[in-house]
Design a protein around this ligand. Sequence first.
Ligand SMILES: [Zn+2]
Length: 123
Amino acid sequence: MDKERLKHFESKLRERRSALTGVVERTENYGREADTELTQDPADKASNAYTKELLFSQSTNDRFILKLIEEALVRLEDGEYGACVNCSKEIQPKRLEAVPWARHCITCQDLQERGLLDDDDES
Ligand SMILES: [Zn+2]
């Protein structure tokens, strides 16, 4: 992959990373604030608990993507970016454009989704 394209993906990854970092931090702050509000009626509490649960599952997903982004940035630095971590073939450019933190080519991703890939990752 040429330097221009690497730069392009690097900035995409960094942009997404800072957006996600903001979301994760806001979610954590919201959780703390909701916990310290002691003077609320039970209905408020229930709806807070529900919102927190929703935010939590969202932030778990965000955290997972953040981890994949970090890994992609490491591969970028190591000059391994854009190659499938399983078969080392080049990941399709369209796929990288849509999912810049993709670790697998379409073929391996498909195998993984069907549980046929010997890999402990869940992406
Ligand atoms: Zn592959």
